[in-house]
Design a protein around this ligand. Structure first.
Ligand SMILES: Cc1ncc(COP(=O)(O)O)c(C=O)c1O
Length: 375
């Protein structure tokens, strides 16, 4: 079976894990956590990076840092992972769903402004598949309406828009290092802070709401509880596993981009362009995922079964969040036509580090055959 994903391992992880074992210090904000933060701060140019146990945790910190109160409105796409919305719903926010663009499957920046009310506090831009949202337009809207901008960059490590790294546009951004992502440590994430007013608070929140950073610096004799926080720390074991991958992320992403380009070249003369992903000119991606678009939900299901019968695992993606059972029909009257269509017809193909050209060709050949023969 050609799997959908193989978690990346570059071979240097045991060496770094052994260094942690020797040092006998495993908890958060240790040597490797700080090394990972340094890399992210230098590469992305954010004011502060905080390593977290997951992207979900980083988004939950964003909910706290934006001081979300019950009734505050947060605008985001419905075509995203549950954590994007859960982080803000946990604080009592009203989620306001925005439709997505046909080409990139990202939030449609032209549909954001009509959704803004005097209760709107945050816009969340999710960079689907590591392809940037239109960040100039979105940042402009947020500035004009005095809203916080949060980037859900879970899939977008080392991506950019107009040459600027994703994660540097928002007041805050969240990265994921889950095993399904380009760079991974099983479960893991990072919160990137660009808003100077949130830098210190992000560290208080991470340290259970205490001013432990002052204690670590030796400026107070005891640390104490100063605001509502939680344990948002990445363990040293996760950080040591992640560190060598972060150092090599350029090579890892290049390898995935080559696979992505191979798929594209095999398909471009065989399938109509609307069946293929679009990478707009101003964006640079990381080969996070490759998808094809079926015509209908039924056709996609037939394609999944056909591929499975030929030893290929391909899977659909997000089920629109506004239709989730959690909301008990609250958003039944909301019409998000692009979101509905995309979530019913998008199919993700196998793509992982060091996927062989032979396997890419085998998958492509079966997709082309499926469409050509009208199976
Ligand atoms: C857009 C998006 N946001 C957040 C997450 C959650 O990431 P994590 O598993 O690191 O919490 C995911 C996970 O796939 C995601 O796709």
């Amino acid at each position: 079976m050609i799997p959908f994903n193989k978690p990346v391992i570059i071979g240097k992880e045991p060496e770094y894990l052994n260094r942690v074992l020797k040092k006998n210090r495993f908890s958060g904000n240790g040597e490797f956590s700080r090394k990972c933060c340094d890399i992210l701060e230098k590469r992305i140019g954010c004011v502060k990076a905080v390593m977290t146990p997951s992207c979900t945790a980083a988004l939950e910190m964003a909910g706290l840092l934006c001081k979300i109160e019950p009734g505050d409105e947060v605008i985001m796409p419905s075509f995203t992972y549950v954590s994007t919305a859960g982080a803000f719903a946990l604080r009592g926010a009203e989620i306001v769903w925005c439709d997505i663009r046909e080409d990139t499957k990202n939030i449609d920046e032209t549909k954001i402004e009509p959704l803004i009310t005097n209760r709107t506090k945050v816009v969340v831009a999710v960079h689907y598949a590591g392809v940037a949202c239109q960040m100039d337009a979105i940042r402009d809207i947020c500035r004009r309406h005095n809203l916080f901008l949060v980037e859900d960059a879970a899939q977008a490590v080392d991506c950019s828009f107009d040459g600027m790294p994703l994660g540097k546009f928002g007041d805050l951004a969240a990265l994921s290092f889950h095993e399904t992502k380009n760079i991974q440590c099983g479960e893991g994430g990072a919160l990137l802070v660009n808003n100077p007013n949130m830098v210190e608070r992000a560290q208080f929140l991470r340290d259970k709401g205490t001013n432990r950073i002052y204690f670590d610096r030796g400026t107070v004799e005891q640390y104490t509880w100063i605001e509502l926080g939680s344990s948002f720390l990445m363990s040293e074991l996760q950080a040591a596993f992640l560190y060598p991958q972060l150092l090599e992320s350029g090579n890892i992403n290049q390898n995935r981009l080559e696979t992505w380009n191979s798929y594209y070249r095999l398909f471009e003369d065989q399938l109509p362009p609307q069946k293929l992903p679009v990478i707009p000119a101003r964006t640079a991606g990381n080969g996070h995922l490759f998808y094809v678009m079926a015509d209908t939900r039924q056709q996609r299901q037939r394609m999944i079964t056909f591929l499975e019968n030929h030893g290929i695992m391909a899977i659909f993606h997000y089920v629109p969040l506004h239709k989730a059972p959690y909301w008990k029909g609250k958003y039944d009257n909301i019409y998000l036509p692009v979101t509905d269509r995309v979530s019913e017809t998008l199919l993700r193909l196998p793509l992982y580090y060091n996927m062989t050209g032979k396997d890419v060709a085998y998958v492509a050949q079966h997709i082309i055959r499926f469409f050509k023969e009208g199976l």
